[in-house]
Design a protein around this ligand. Sequence first.
Ligand SMILES: Nc1ncnc2c1ncn2[C@@H]1O[C@H](COP(=O)(O)OP(=O)(O)O)[C@@H](O)[C@H]1O
Ligand SMILES: [Mg+2]
Length: 215
Amino acid sequence: MSNRPQTEEELQTREAIGVIRASRFVRKYAHSHKAISMVTICAIHKKIFKDAWPEIAGKYREENLKITHSEHLPPHHSEVASLMAKRDEELQSKLNALQTVEGVIHGKHSNEHALAETFEAVVRVAAWLHHAITFVHPFREGNGRTARLAANLILERYGLVGISVKIEKENKNRYRQTLAQIDIMNDVEPLISLIYDGLLERYDGVPLKYYRVKK
Ligand SMILES: Nc1ncnc2c1ncn2[C@@H]1O[C@H](COP(=O)(O)OP(=O)(O)O)[C@@H](O)[C@H]1O
Ligand SMILES: [Mg+2]
């Protein structure tokens, strides 16, 4: 499909199909052994926008943006590629240090504490990647959708399940404040809690204490 959408409705339909396509890509990619890097993040973005907005699909932005309802001003577009390259280096070192949840489940010495610690380490990297993307806002559009799928890619690759962050109506403010809290105060805890809430919903019947390290 190379023609541009002709109406707003058609654009929205193509984006919706794009998100479903990108979610499928993330699930398959998570279960492969292919490396996860910012190239993968661009590939997720490309899956979302290839029919809706081909010119920007998978490419870093070439203009400056503001985020609606946010005080955070994303960096100048000329800095995006180098900032993302730096985030990629950090991502690689974080991923190298991660254990998979499978390792703990199948390990001889698995216990409640080891499980909770591994869970938390994985969730922290997922939250970090989510915020790395929303903070830099590397794309012209779709940064939020890409960031949430990127977080799910980390969760699923390391043995957890993808979650759905609630961003509708009354939850919208909590989500935005959660991201602003990191921009302003470098406090990732609210985003970590948001991801844990999503996991709690998915792991039916497993109380939070089994996968959140007690502080
Ligand atoms: N204060 C903030 N700091 C960083 N990112 C934010 C902030 N507030 C909102 N966001 C992110 O920006 C996204 C909106 O950017 P946009 O590129 O339009 O993504 P999408 O089109 O997928 O919604 C929100 O979904 C959210 O993830
Ligand atoms: Mg948008």
